[in-house]
Design a protein around this ligand. Structure first.
Ligand code: NAP
Ligand code: ZN
Ligand code: ZN
Length: 347
């Protein structure tokens, strides 16, 4: 075991503050990584404040990790000391169930191991995430990244990137698809970039008037201010697909009505409050509502390679770790362009 500096929340009410945790000595299949950058996902905030329930304290979030390999076990094949490496939202799964065998580890039937607040098979207790100096992860769950793009812009691809890439691919969004991306935050801005790069017609659905110019710069063809009823009403029946990335309670029915016949709305945003959806809003127009969780390891690698080949990175504001509590407050106000990323050299 090696002591590693970290930032943790000790209770749902306490701010993030310095803490020390133990990482396991690498086993023959493990990769030890010095973390260089870690993105700040809204799920980190939901978790440390126990908004979904089930958080175990101390809680160390962070699942958008990019770093450099410092040690490898004897059986590790794909990494050597000094290589760049990345870790996303998963650090393990059963590897044997039908879903794991298809590379859908995020839907592991036994239960995937989240990068934080997951069940730690090695140390007991829960897993600790990327707001720390080092992490040790089994090779099969470590991703490779290109050294050609800025590392701080790659980090958010590990959650915001794959969480939007996966449903856009699964629902075959591309040329000829009219897509609405709801919410312009970390996930939303990646949703816009990726959907536009796949050739879709992209409309940003945002409740923040100040984000219109950015939405268009990121690749959106249209902008609809969701606070303006007349703008929203004009889009009734317009979309083939809506990607809902909103983190807070909102009315799903308003957006279901924007779907055309056979349209699908996929929720990736995970507000803690349940939604009420009358069956009639689905029955008329044979509309569907679905969900999607991050992405499996093969698809995450595919997304990283796609972004490297197409020069796609996240738009980030790099912060010192001591400013993480302020960053959370700014994220709640929608004041982030469009992902905070922690420079781990400041820990
Ligand atoms: P974020 O950066 O905070 O973005 C959320 C966006 O939602 C905001 O920028 C804002 O966009 C909109 N929004 C916020 N409050 C709103 C309100 N009261 N009414 C309407 N719109 C509001 O968060 P994120 O990191 O992208 O994460 C978004 C959600 O996805 C979170 O719930 C997170 O836990 C979840 N998530 C899910 C997965 C998954 O696998 N499914 C993975 C990662 C994250 P506008 O200002 O443009 O309206
Ligand atoms: Zn996340
Ligand atoms: Zn499994």
């Amino acid at each position: 075991m090696a002591a590693t500096k970290a930032y943790a929340a000790q209770t749902a009410q306490s701010p993030m503050a310095p803490w020390s945790l133990d990482r396991r000595e690498p086993t023959p299949h493990d990769v030890e990584i010095d973390i260089l950058y870690c993105g700040v996902c809204h799920s980190d905030l939901h978790t440390v404040r126990n908004e979904w329930g089930g958080t175990v304290y101390p809680a160390v979030p962070g699942h958008e990790i990019v770093g450099r390999v410092t040690k490898v076990g004897d059986h590790v094949k794909r990494f050597k000391v000094g290589d760049l490496a990345a870790v996303g939202c998963l650090v393990d799964s059963c590897r044997e169930c039908a879903n794991c065998k298809q590379g859908l580890e995020q839907y592991c039937l036994v239960g995937m191991v989240g990068t934080y607040n997951g069940k730690d098979k090695y140390n007991g207790g829960v897993t600790y995430g990327g707001y720390s100096k080092q992490i040790v992860v089994t090779e099969d769950f470590v991703l490779t990244v290109s050294g050609k793009q800025p590392l701080e812009g790659i980090a958010p691809l590990l959650c915001a990137g794959i969480t939007t890439y996966s449903p856009l691919r699964y629902w075959k969004v591309g040329k000829g698809t009219k897509v609405g991306v709801l919410g312009l935050g970390g996930l939303g801005h990646m949703g816009v970039k990726l959907a536009a790069s796949f050739g879709a017609e992209v409309t940003m659905l945002s409740h923040s008037p100040s984000k219109e110019a950015d939405a268009k710069r990121l690749g959106a063809h249209n902008f609809v201010l969701t606070k303006d009823e007349s703008q929203v009403a004009k889009m009734n029946g317009y979309f083939d697909f809506i990607l809902d990335t909103v983190s807070a309670e909102h009315d799903y029915n308003l957006y279901l009505n924007l779907l055309g016949t056979n349209g699908t709305m996929v929720c990736v945003g995970a507000p803690p409050t349940p939604a009420q959806i009358p069956a009639f809003n689905l029955i008329f127009g044979r509309r569907s509502i679905g969900g999607s969780l991050i992405g499996g390891i093969p698809e995450t690698q595919e997304m990283l390679d796609y972004c490297a080949a197409n020069n796609i990175v996240s738009d980030v504001e790099v912060i010192d770790i001591k400013d993480i509590n302020e960053a959370y407050e700014r994220m709640l106000k929608g004041d982030v362009k469009y992902r905070f990323v922690i420079d781990m050299a400041t820990l």
